[in-house]
Ligand binder design. Structure first.
Ligand code: TRP
Length: 467
């Protein structure tokens, strides 16, 4: 099958491969680790419902806008935007949307691999436990719950191990990105995403029978209007973008490898549904455990890692289930980190005309340097607060600062500019031709991109930062 219009350029080998890669990019640590942590820190129900609202009204239209620009441009994100601008008789200066995005994706990659390292650590812990105690019984037999909750703080205290695991995860990501689109990135998605879904469904069903959903459901879906502050709204938009890989060139980059035959409207719908479904199910799996174990919902980044091992202790076949669970998260994380790495890599190799492995290595070395700073910010560099001058980031260490700046500034700003560009600047005929929507859906999407998204985003951004 012909995958690209340019012939010489690499592309997905089929529409299914594109969908799996894009779903693989979207579904990741953002769903299983970041979503519960953000929901917990932002008061639960109000955050969750506003997050769903953001996915439907803002995320989905922006997602379609991004893949559309990418597919028309058939290049790295900055160059794709420039090509759409040129074909519309507009200034190539709009390419800045792509450049900002590529830079932000690079920043995200650097701390994403730190969390990927924690996943590797827990795989090791559960594998070791399974090996020691055998299949039957719960995990960590005979050990106190406090001991198990202490695993993550213990890891945080070990700077050498944190850095080692971070670099290990980054190296795995490098390996697949350096191999290219069809034999690297696509391979990961086509083999690991189906495995992920099988494991995810099995573990969720298992959890539904052994856990108690009641409290989690009311925590996640009880809407308390008084809790919906500007800061919570900004956090929810940021989470929607992070989870859908939006606002920072990720989906533009993947769209560029899609063939002309792919219906982008339909595909965007599939990606957004899969991503949101996984996030909500992950919340329903994690919060019952958090409450049952008496842990605080607002524990932040450590939430998933601290709560789940406690639950696996009491479950029959706990070590095995725990091991499978973290392997599943590892698959999801890897299919996302490759997309974060691909955005800056595609740009570097195109701009400097480098062979792919060299471009990937350059991005990797940069991400390694920043990653070390993030990895050490949980202990050795805990007092380093690089953005203390911005009130909402006053408490943020290096890791939190990168996470906060990318999700709360780069993503919303990138999305606002994308909407203005696609809705107002780009030639309407070109857009109509690419979007795969017709009739009412097309009209709704246009109205969302032109009016609703940029205005709502600008208001939320202003309230979140200054309100
Ligand atoms: N969406 C991924 C997750 O939920 C993270 C991610 C992958 C991402 N690629 C991205 C976020 C590009 C922003 C931009 O884990």
């Amino acid at each position: 099958m012909v995958a690209t219009t340019s012939g010489s350029r690499e592309g997905w080998s089929s529409r299914t491969a594109f969908i799996l890669a894009a779903v693989g990019s979207a579904v990741g640590l953002g769903n299983m680790w970041r979503f519960p942590a953000e929901a917990g820190e932002n008061g639960g129900g109000a955050f969750v419902l506003f997050y769903i609202f953001c996915v439907l009204l803002i995320g989905l239209p922006v997602l379609l806008s991004e893949v559309l620009v990418g597919r028309h441009g058939q290049a790295s994100a900055p160059e794709s935007v420039r090509r759409v601008a040129a074909d519309s008789g507009a200034s190539k200066g709009w390419g800045i949307i792509g450049s900002m995005g590529v830079f932000a994706a690079f920043l995200i990659l650097s701390f994403y691999c730190v969390v990927g390292g924690w996943v590797l650590y827990y795989i090791g812990v559960f594998a070791g436990d399974l090996f020691q105690t055998g299949l039957t019984g719960g995990a960590f037999e005979g050990r106190a719950a406090s001991d198990i909750e202490g695993l993550l703080p213990g890891l945080f205290g070990n700077g050498g191990l944190m850095v080692g695991l971070n670099l290990g995860f980054l190296a795995l990501t490098f390996f697949f990105v350096a191999r290219g689109i069809s034999s690297g990135i696509e391979w990961v998605a086509v083999y690991l995403m189906p495995l992920f879904f099988v494991l995810f469904l099995a573990i969720t069903i298992y959890g539904a029978f052994t856990g108690n959903f009641g409290e989690a459901v009311s925590y996640l879906f009880t809407f308390d209007f008084s809790k919906l502050t500007g800061e919570v709204m900004l956090a929810a938009v940021g989470q929607a973008f992070f989870s859908l890989s939006l606002g920072v060139a990720g989906m533009m980059t993947y769209g560029a490898y899609a063939s002309r035959e792919t219906n982008l409207g339909k595909t965007s719908g599939i990606i957004a549904s899969a991503d949101t479904g996984v996030a909500l199910l992950a919340g329903l799996a994690i919060f019952p455990i958090v409450f049952a174990a008496g842990l605080s919902a607002s524990a932040g980044p450590g939430l998933m890692f601290a709560s789940l091992p406690v639950a696996f202790q009491q479950m029959p076949f706990g070590s095995l289930i725990g091991l499978l669970f973290f392997i599943m998260i590892f698959f999801a994380a890897l299919t996302s980190s490759v997309s974060l790495m691909e955005a800056p890599t595609a740009y570097t190799l195109e701009k400097f005309k480098l062979p792919r492995p060299v471009a990937t290595a350059i991005v990797g070395v940069g991400a390694a340097v920043l990653g070390v700073l993030s990895a050490l910010s949980f202990n050795e560099m805990a007092d380093f607060r690089p953005l203390a001058f911005i009130p909402i980031f006053a408490e943020a260490n290096f890791f939190d600062a990168l996470d906060g700046v990318t999700a709360k500034l780069f993503m919303p700003i990138g999305a606002i500019l994308t909407c203005i560009f696609v809705g107002w600047i780009a030639d309407a005929r070109l857009i109509d031709d690419e979007n795969g929507l017709d009739g009412a859906l097309h009209q709704i999407w246009r109205a969302l991109v032109r009016f609703v998204c940029p205005i709502v985003l600008a208001v939320i951004l202003a309230f979140g930062l200054f309100g």
